[in-house]
Structures are given as C-alpha cells and as structure tokens.
Ligand binder design. Structure first.
Ligand code: M6R
Length: 590
C-alpha cells in the first residue's frame, strides 16, 4: 500500500508535491511526509491524514526545487511520526520514500547495525537509505548506489531517492509495486498512480519491474537493472484532473455512484473489443475466476451467468486462497482475473502462477497497471479513476464487462440490446436518493444487518453487506435466501434489519417464502423489488424498481440503491466513507 511522489521543477516544489500526494491519499492515510534537497535534506512529516499534519506543521513551507513525498498505510511499525516516510541515512545526505515490503530487512538491518548504522524507525524501509549511504561512501554515485542497494533487497518496492551529493536528480526504481513517470515542460515527476500527476501533465511512462529511473529537470533516463538505458513509450492519458476531483460532491464515493450511468455507457462501448477478444480465445471447457473483495462478488455473478447461459463449468477462487486450488488448472481452462486497481498483490501472485498453465484474461480499470502487463488478454472497464476506498462504479463496470463477455460467447444479441437499457435504469436508482436517506436515518443505529438474495442476486446480497461493513462499521452478513433456515435464522430477532432482494423471475416465489420466514421472526424488512409487485405492500421499507429489471439484470441495478444506503448510513454516523479505518484502496501486500 502507500503512495509515493517525486518531483523536479524550476521553482519551489513543495506546493506541487503536496497537491500530488493528496491525490494518492486513497493509498494510505496513516502518515504523510515530504523531503526536499537544498544544501541539506529538509524533512517534514507526521502521523495522521494530510490535512491534520498540514494544519500542524505546514507541509508546504519547505524550500527546494526537488522533492519526494509519501503517504503511508502501515505494515512494519506503528503509524507514528518516527515510522513516517521519508527516511534518511545516518549522515542525513540521503532521503528515501518507499511503497512495498522489504522481506529481508531484519538481516540487512543487523548487518548495517554491526557496521555502525543507527536506525531511528521500526520500518523495513529504513535499510534503504543506510545501504545507499554505505555504497556512496565507497565512492559510487547516487544511481549506482541505488542499483547496488536494490540488488540486496528481497521483496517489493517503488522507490524515490534524493541526495545532497547530487541535488539535481531523483532516482527511482520499481519491483512489484506500481511506479509511473510524468513528463512535462515544467519538470518531471514520479508517482505511484496517475491521479497524482494529472494537474501537471498527461504524458506518462509506465515503468516495469526491475527498471531504474534517473529523473532530472529536463531529462528522464530509464534503465534496466544493469543500468543499460532503455527506450520507453510515452502514453497520453485521457483522464482530466477534474475526473480525479470531487466535482462538487461532499465525498468521492457519492460522486462515483452518480457517475455510474455514464460509466456503464462508456464500458458498453468496449463491446466490439470484447467481441474481438472472445474470438481469440483458444478452446476451453472450464472457466475459473480469481479476485478479491468486491471484484470477487462481481466474479460470483459471472459464475451464475456462465453456468446458466453457457453451461460451462465455472468456479470462483479468492485470490488469497488460489494456491490451494491451482493444481487442477490445465490448458483447457480459461482463467479470468478481475481487479479494479490491477495492483492487488494476491491477484498478481495468482496470475503469475496461472499464466504458466492456462490462458488468462484480466478485467481491469487502471491502464498500464501490473496485471494488464501480465495477462494474455485484457479488457478495460472504463470507470475512470475511483478514489473512494469502497468500490462502486468500478464494480458496475466489471459487471458490464462480464455480461458483455457472456453475451458475445453466447452470441446473444438480445442480451446485448438489454444491456443498452441499463444506463437509464441506473439513473432511476440514483433518483431514489431522498427515499434512501430516510431509510438510512431509520437504521443508522442498527448493530447488525442481513442481506438476502437468491441465484444471480445472492452476490448482490454479499456486496451490499460488504459495502455496509466497510464504510459504516455495522456488522452485516449476506446469505443465499434458502440458507438461513440451516442456521443463521437463529440470529433473527425483533427489529433486526433484513434487506431482501426480490426481483421478478424464476427465483421470486422461493425467495418470497424465505423472506416471509424471516419476517415472521420479527425482522424489519427492507425489500427491493418490482414496483408492480403487490405482494410486497406489507413491509417496513421498500425500494421499487421498473419491472423490466428481472432477476438476470437486477445485479446491475439493485446494487446502486444498496451502495447509496451504505453511503448515507456512513454519513449519518459521521464516518468519512472515502477513508474507512484500517483499509486502503489498493491492497499491494499479500
Ligand atoms: O483492486 P481490486 O479490485 O483487486 O481490489 C480488491 C479488493 O481489495 C476491493 O474490491 C475491496 O474489497 C473494495 N475496497 C471493497 O469496496
């Protein structure tokens, strides 16, 4: 996790660099820090969110035209000021920011301590400035010293390094943690992700694993790990800075939910590309989805669709559990990886194993992310930058890609046409916001919530529950409607809110009966169903949808109301839904 930025300008760098690092706060908000180089290394850092630290120590009041900055999601060491990056060498001539984990840091630290190095933090990162210092003292320049240092590291890193010995450059390196370069006439940039540099430039170079970079004001040199220069393509990003801003909404999450109808339209425009990719698949007789969290729930919907529409055996594996299931892969299995960030460490690890045996497809939001470079085929979800930690619009865009994939595999023109009606139906969901706010007020003090669905709509129950847990801290469970009687029904008591997902279709009658069983035990029923359904009159709360939204396409619409419900409960509880505690947007540790 963590986000890093490096920047070289003609003028004072701190205001630009702090604006850039704010765009990466979704990657971690345990601490923030900046270092610049003048005749010495200047550092300001503190624990907490950027705004809190800035109010206390004015992060932009620091001289220098060259600087690096960091936001932290703590892995090694508590989120204290001492553990906040940047970390310096003993002689304070080298300063480093790092995203990733150095697995052999204990051995390296011991060796360095025996040589007299004094450590000030509990972090794995701090071995890096000390190693660079050591190699510089042996007569190497900053670039060579960084190269020698990374040869000693086991683990993952995206690094930015500055030194008073060479105050005109930043050295960067990447292995298994994202790092991009931004180039412009005003200066050059390094960052963990594109939103950090969008205010300055849209010209981006994506770095690959084991590449090293030397950034100067008017020059960018990219090298392999033996320092041989390599030519890299500059990509022009079509995201604009406003897309990465809140656009007038109080939170990114609400903005991102409101963008869903357009995101669905944009993702539908990928249909011809998806058709082309489908035509390139080799013969397969089995499909395996691999993903985490919300992307796992999108995959579950894929499983229901493929099994029912294509009759191809399909399974869904949590990326973190993949190693226990990998032995049955063969060259007739198509393995589909779903990830909005393209940087989830568990998913990357699974992909690296699977691609040796099976054909792989990745469905990803972030262009140029690690997974897009590893998979045999890639489909982009066209959701634009998602800053809120809770996945919302990226989930919808993943689902659209999965539905299009199935429709093209089945050559089902009718399904494709049905998908083109989704954006308008999504707009109707968003218009129900006032009603959802009233429901949120009513249930904001609940201690537990249940979400119940059947068939295609069981994963929606899981996703509704995950959204609630993640941003309201209310305990929530999603269950298949028929499963409660096998145990969880014992938990139902007077007043407990139960969200029932009840679209029209073949699963309706059984789900309705299961919901009656729950209601009879005193639960407060919040039912999502068709607005012509007379049977759901007599419930506590209802959210009513156009009856054309049947059970097959309901996952694309009903979840929007559930995202809004979680959002408004979070706001009612005065929690920041964009930055839920203990979580980060991009989970780059296994
Ligand atoms: O970037 P990914 O889609 O691979 O992320 C997977 C999960 O970490 C992610 O979906 C997480 O569960 C969401 N923040 C939930 O809203």
């Amino acid at each position: 996790m963590c986000g890093i930025v490096g920047c070289i300008l003609d003028n004072e760098v701190a205001p630009t660099i702090i604006e850039s690092i704010k765009k990466l706060e979704y990657r971690g908000y345990d601490s923030v820090g900046i270092a610049t180089v003048t005749d010495k290394i200047n550092v300001k850092k503190g624990s907490g969110k950027i705004k809190e630290v800035d109010d206390e120590i004015q992060l932009t009041e620091i001289d220098g035209n060259i600087g690096i900055a960091h936001v932290r999601w703590a892995t090694h060491g508590n989120p204290t000021r001492e553990n906040a990056h940047p970390h310096n060498s003993c002689d304070n001539k080298v300063s480093v920011v790092h995203n990733g984990i150095i697995e052999n840091y204990k051995e390296l630290k011991q060796e360095l301590q025996l040589e007299g190095h004094v450590f000030k933090s509990e972090t794995d990162t701090e071995v890096i400035p000390h190693l660079i210092e050591k190699y510089m003292k042996e007569g190497n320049n900053l670039l060579k010293s960084t190269q020698l240092t990374i040869k000693k590291l086991v683990g993952s890193y995206a690094l930015a390094v500055i030194s008073t010995e060479e105050p005109d450059k930043i050295i960067g390196a990447r292995k298994e943690s994202p790092l991009i370069v931004g180039v412009s006439d005003k200066g050059n940039f390094l960052a963990s992700d594109v939103p950090a540099i969008l205010n300055e430039t849209r010209q981006v170079i994506y770095l690959e694993d084991n590449e090293i970079i030397q950034l100067e004001k008017d020059k960018v040199t990219i090298m392999d790990n033996n320092l041989n220069p390599i030519e890299k393509e500059i990509t022009t990003i079509d995201w604009n800075p406003e897309m990465a801003e809140k656009g007038g909404y109080p939170h990114f999450m609400l903005k991102e939910i409101n963008e869903e109808p357009q995101v669905i339209r944009d993702t539908l425009s990928e249909s011809p590309k998806i058709k082309e990719i489908v035509s390139k698949f080799k013969n397969f007789n089995r499909i395996c989805f691999v993903a985490c969290g919300t992307s796992y729930h999108a995959s579950l919907i894929g499983e229901y669709l493929i099994e029912t529409q294509l009759h191809i055996p399909t399974e869904v594996i949590l990326a973190s559990e993949f190693e226990y299931f990998q032995n049955t892969l063969d060259n007739h299995t198509l393995v589909i990886f779903i990830t909005q960030s393209g940087e989830t460490a568990d998913t990357i690890q699974a992909l690296k194993t699977a691609k040796k045996i099976s054909e792989t497809l990745a469905i990803v939001n972030v262009v140029g992310s690690t997974i897009t470079r590893e998979a045999h085929h890639v489909i982009y979800t066209r959701a634009g930058p998602e800053i809120g930690v809770a996945a919302t619009k990226t989930y919808l865009s993943q689902l659209i890609c999965i539905y299009l994939l199935v429709a093209h595999l089945k050559e089902d023109e009718e399904l494709i046409q049905k998908l083109y009606s989704i954006p308008e139906l999504a707009e109707e969901s968003i218009k129900r916001e006032e009603q959802i706010i009233e429901i949120a007020k009513k249930y904001k003090t609940a201690k537990d919530f249940f979400y119940i669905g059947r068939g295609f709509n069981y994963p929606t129950a899981l996703e509704g529950a995950l959204k609630l847990k993640e941003i309201t801290y209310i305990h929530a469970e999603g269950y298949p409607a028929g499963e409660l009687k096998h145990g969880p029904l014992a938990l139902i008591e007077d007043g407990i809110p139960v969200v029932g997902i009840l679209p029209p279709g073949s699963s309706y009658a059984k789900t309705f009966n299961n919901l009656q069983e729950i209601r009879a035990r005193g639960a407060h029923m919040i039912i999502l169903g068709a607005d012509n359904d007379t049977q759901i009159d007599d419930v506590h709360d209802k959210l009513l949808f156009n009856p054309v939204v049947d059970e097959l396409i309901a996952p694309l619409i009903y979840i929007i109301d559930l995202q809004l419900l979680s959002y408004h409960i979070s706001v009612q509880k005065e929690i920041d839904p964009d930055k839920p505690k203990n979580l980060a947007k991009s989970v780059t540790v296994v």
